[in-house]
Unconditional design. Structure first.
Length: 92
């Protein structure tokens, strides 16, 4: 992951979206595609975290994948609805 760019002083902070995913997870790929498509129009910080090989992440997220959090709050599991994601980001 590349470091998050610093915002100029006085700028409005962007929402922070975290996508937890696993390799060979077709639902995860779909969710990541939706998030990427929305990001073309709506600015937000994005972090994608693969859970493979991390026992704690596997325990916390495996049964729910994909998991999308917005500003630290779980927003979506299994499926990301594009219109709902846009609404949630507009409120963040």
């Amino acid at each position: 992951m590349s470091p998050t760019p610093r915002r100029p002083a006085g700028s409005i902070p962007s929402p922070r979206v975290v996508v937890y995913h696993a390799e060979d997870c077709h639902l995860c790929e779909r969710a990541r595609d939706v998030v990427a498509r929305v990001r073309l129009d709506v600015p937000f910080e994005l972090e994608e975290i693969g859970i493979g090989g991390d026992p704690e992440l596997e325990r916390r997220y495996r049964q729910w994948l994909p998991v999308v959090e917005i500003d630290g709050e779980r927003a979506f599991v299994y499926h990301v609805d594009e219109a709902a994601l846009r609404r949630r980001l507009a409120r963040a």
